[in-house]
Design a protein around this ligand. Structure first.
Ligand code: PGA
Length: 249
């Protein structure tokens, strides 16, 4: 499984960041044949932990700027993230979309990420599940608007994270059910097959995110067709992160 830990702003001291990194290094070593572990720390800790990293742990930026350099105070460019040691970038997380990222902005960020050799983790997901399945069209538009501007060879590099907004930041009991997730993964592969070649759409990695905890991780992993998880709050405490990774072995 591909296990991505999005620390968001939960981790805000160097001590906690270092402690979570050392736990993650141990987990990456111990479960090297079963899992890939990726950390997405806040930008200052990305530089601190990822620079010169020789462990099996992978690193991602939580977001990147639409700017590619120059007079943009406070922005973190794809190039800066890459140089700090990231090999991935989360793009279009719902919390960034809520702060103003439109589908057009997400599409620009995708291009900057790929331009700098970062693998984008494109986050998509509906606000709510309406009865006439409009949410499917909404998610489809999020995917197509981000992928269509990319050249074919680059589209195949993208990782998709399906994160229904109604399921983020809650508890295991409020996350998606495995039957709904199975259906959604089939739908996402179908959407991907419209913009990727047949084999690339089957190979593309799809993660699920939204209240994944030690209690529901296994159930959501088994038989649903997902390739991994994007985990928020449960990945920001060493005990729950360890329990979650072990639950998936
Ligand atoms: P959560 O966050 O696990 O805290 O629900 C997931 C995410 O937003 O990536």
């Amino acid at each position: 499984m591909f296990i991505a830990a999005n620390w968001k702003a939960y981790v805000d001291t160097t001590e906690r960041a270092k402690r979570l990194f050392s736990v993650s290094k141990r987990l990456a070593l111990r479960y090297a044949t079963q899992h890939e572990i990726l950390l997405a720390p806040p930008a200052p800790f990305l530089g601190l932990l990822a620079h010169g990293n020789r462990s099996g742990v992978l690193f991602s930026a939580q977001d990147i700027s639409t700017a590619t350099g120059g007079a943009h105070t406070g922005e973190v460019t794809a190039g800066a993230a890459r140089s700090a040691g990231a090999s991935y970038a989360i793009v279009g997380h719902s919390e960034r979309r809520a702060a103003g990222d439109t589908n057009d902005i997400v599409a620009q960020k995708m291009q900057h990420a790929i331009g700098q050799g970062l693998i984008p983790i494109l986050c998509v997901g509906e606000h709510e599940r309406n009865e006439n399945a409009q949410y499917l069209t909404f998610v489809r538009e999020e995917i197509l608007s981000a992928l269509t501007p990319l050249p074919h060879k680059d589209r195949a590099k993208v990782m998709l994270a399906y994160e229904p907004i109604w399921a983020i930041g809650k508890t295991a009991s409020e996350a998606i059910t495995s039957s709904d997730l199975t259906e959604m993964i089939l739908y996402l592969r179908k959407v991907l097959s419209d913009v990727l070649s047949g084999s690339a759409s089957k190979r593309a990695r799809i993660l699920y995110g939204g209240s994944v905890e030690p209690d529901n991780a296994r159930m959501l992993a088994e038989g649903t067709g997902i390739d991994g998880f994007l985990i928020g709050h449960a990945a920001t405490q060493p005990e729950s992160f360890q329990a979650l990774v072990k639950a998936l072995v």
